[in-house]
Design a protein. Structure first.
Length: 312
C-alpha cells in the first residue's frame, strides 16, 4: 500500500505532540502514578488507537483496518510480557514508584526509535528476499517454545553482560540520587542505579522488538500499518504497566498464552505460500488465546491475594 507522505508526517507530529504533553504537561513533576490515573490513560490510548483504526478504515478500506486492529491487539498482548520484566527490574533495584514513570518514558522513547529501524529493515528484507519470511517464522516458533518451557526462569539483572560491561567503564553510585541518571562527585561523573535500570529497560525493549516485529510481519508487511500499530501499543505500554503492576502476579498462564500466540504466527509465516490464513481469523485466534489464558489465570489465582494478606 502506497501511503502519501502527508500521512507519515501527520502521524509522527501526533506522536511528538503526545510525548510533549506527557512529559511537559501531565507529568512535569515526578509523582506516584495511581491505578485510577493509569486506567484513565490506558483508556485514552486504547480509544485513540480505535479512533485511528476508524480513520484507517475510512482512508484505506476494511482489509487494512482489520490488519491494523490485529497488529495492535497482537503488539498490545505481547507487551504485557514486557510488564512482567519491568516489575522484576524495579523490584530488584528497589526503585520507588515516584521515579518509575520517568524511567519508562525514556525507555519507551528508545523503544520507538528501535521499532523504526526493525520495521523498515524487516519489511525491506522480506520484500527483497522472500525466503527470509521462513526464517522469521522459524524464529517465532522457537521463541514460543522457549517461552513455554522457560516461563518460570528467574531474572538476575546484575549478571546481564551489558550491565557488567557498563560498570567497568563508568562508576555507579551505591544509592539513588533522586531522579537523576548522573551525578558529579569529587569532580567525577557517576551513573546512578536509576540509569542502570534504564539500560535494562532498553535491553528488554530490544528483546521485545526482536520477538514482536517478526510476529506482526506475519499479519502484514505494510510499513505504515506495522509502524502505526506498534507505536500505539508502545505509547500505551507505560500506563498499562501502572494499571497492571499490582495484579500482574495473577496472570500465571499469560506467558503460556503468549507462547502459543508466537507459535501460531510463526506457523502462519512458514506456511504462507501453502495456505494464507485470513487476517480476521488471526484476530479471532489471538483474541481467543488471550481470553482463555487470562480467564484461567484469574480462576487459578482467585484466592491468592487473600492468602497473601493472611500471611502478612
Amino acid at each position: 500500500m502506497e501511503v502519501n507522505s502527508t500521512f507519515w508526517i501527520g502521524f509522527n507530529l501526533f506522536v511528538l505532540l503526545m510525548l510533549a504533553l506527557d512529559l511537559g504537561v501531565f507529568n512535569r513533576k515526578a509523582h506516584v502514578v495511581s491505578v485510577k490515573e493509569a486506567l484513565i490513560w490506558s483508556g485514552v490510548w486504547i480509544s485513540l488507537a480505535l479512533v485511528f483504526n476508524s480513520l484507517v478504515y475510512y482512508w484505506f478500506g476494511e482489509h487494512k483496518a482489520v490488519e491494523f486492529l490485529t497488529g495492535y491487539v497482537l503488539e498490545k498482548t505481547l507487551s504485557i510480557d514486557n510488564i512482567f520484566v519491568f516489575v522484576l527490574i524495579f523490584k530488584y533495584f528497589q526503585i520507588p514508584s515516584i521515579y518509575q514513570h520517568k524511567i519508562l518514558f525514556w525507555g519507551i522513547l528508545g523503544a520507538l526509535l528501535m521499532r523504526v529501524i526493525f520495521i523498515f529493515a524487516g519489511v525491506a528484507l522480506i520484500e527483497k528476499f522472500h525466503w527470509s519470511i521462513y526464517l522469521f517464522g522459524a524464529f517465532l516458533i522457537y521463541t514460543g517454545y522457549k517461552m513455554f518451557v522457560e516461563k518460570d526462569k528467574e531474572m538476575e539483572p546484575e549478571k546481564n553482560p551489558v550491565i557488567r560491561f557498563f560498570r567497568r567503564i563508568m562508576p555507579v553510585t551505591n544509592q539513588l540520587e533522586g531522579d537523576k541518571f548522573f551525578v558529579k562527585q569529587s569532580g567525577k561523573v557517576f551513573a546512578t542505579p536509576l540509569f542502570l535500570v534504564l539500560i535494562l529497560i532498553e535491553i528488554s525493549d530490544l528483546i521485545f522488538a526482536v520477538d514482536s516485529i517478526p510476529a506482526i510481519l506475519a499479519i502484514t508487511q505494510d510499513q505504515f500499518i506495522v509502524y502505526t500499530s506498534n507505536v500505539f501499543a508502545i505509547l500505551g505500554l507505560r500506563s498499562l504497566y501502572f494499571a497492571l503492576a499490582h495484579v500482574i502476579h495473577r496472570f500465571v498462564f499469560l506467558s503460556t498464552g503468549l507462547a502459543f500466540i508466537l507459535i501460531f504466527v510463526g506457523l502462519k509465516m512458514v506456511t504462507i505460500d501453502i495456505f494464507k490464513v485470513p487476517t480476521f481469523i488471526s484476530l479471532i485466534v489471538i483474541g481467543f488465546i488471550i481470553t482463555v489464558s487470562i480467564v484461567f489465570s484469574l480462576i487459578k489465582t482467585k484466592n491468592i491475594d487473600k492468602e497473601m494478606d493472611e500471611v502478612k
